[in-house]
Design a protein around this ligand. Sequence first.
Ligand code: P6P
Length: 338
Amino acid sequence: MNISRKVLTLDEYTIQQVRQIPNATGELSALLRDIGLAAKRVNVEVNKAGLVDILGDAGSVNVQGEDVKKLDVFANDQFTGVLRHGISCAGIASEELDDYVAFEDSVSRNSKYVVCFDPLDGSGNIDVNVSIGTIFGVYRRVSSKGSIAAKEDFLQKGTQQVAAGYVVYGSSTMLVYATRRGANGFTLDQSIGEFTLSHPDIKCPPKGKIYSVNHGNFFQYDKKVQRYIDICQKKDKSNGGPYTQRYIGSMVADVHRNLIKGGIFMYPGTVDKPKGKLRLLYECNPFAFIVSVAGGKATNGIQRILDIQPTELHQRSPLFIGSKDMMEELEGELDKKE
Ligand code: P6P
């Protein structure tokens, strides 16, 4: 029995999913609601970042060697806290933490899932009011229930994700998550303090006219990547263009836009950083899962992102992700013999 009301909250939607799936225990739905709660708390601080002395560096430097903003720390604490005190999560791996954290209480030890997340991606944009976001991927643990979570729980291929999602703190605050049943977007309704279903069954258009890449690195990219960017710039009405270049340097905002409107996002390897800048576990894999569920594609230029076997928590990967037809045109260029 579906709730007849037109607008469903995230909680109502996730509970409805439990009712529809035979043998569902409700643990994944509970975990998603926990993430929604943390997102609402982070949203409050992000929205007042310009007003309260919460700006400025926290002084510390994170495992990535980047100055840590106070909001980064706050966001990490919020997501870690709700997951630690929920009923579904045995441990977490975060961009902000050197190592994974296994929750040792008896409820957590018997929980089914682990979560990899970037609590506040694009935080360098906080001080200039550009959209930022949270990214997360959920895995069924491979270590035995009852034991504390182990490293292998976090080093699973992206294909093993049972759910993935992101929150974009922008002109509105939106939570998008995908399971194998589909991708759905929920916009925060401030009047009731709830994420409400606004983008049911998101599909990535197979074609788009947006390409997103940091042109400042152009001459550091592989020649085949340069050639594809050149193709994008030369598109006209006769071959699906003209394209527009859109890149605001905040992955969640850039990939979200291309997911909804159609487009391709690229963070290729460079001479200085052959593996690129983006992290596999909590940036590339979650978005690769979401975009794939929505009908798009994601590769590292050689193989599907979701098929990469991780070996380290913070390993980087080149990323090409977006509309199916645009990705296949890129792959055609990358496959050409020099
Ligand atoms: P660049 C933000 O720091 C981030 O991790 C992603 O959100 C974004 O897509 C990328 O880096 C931007 O990197 O090198 O183009 O400034």
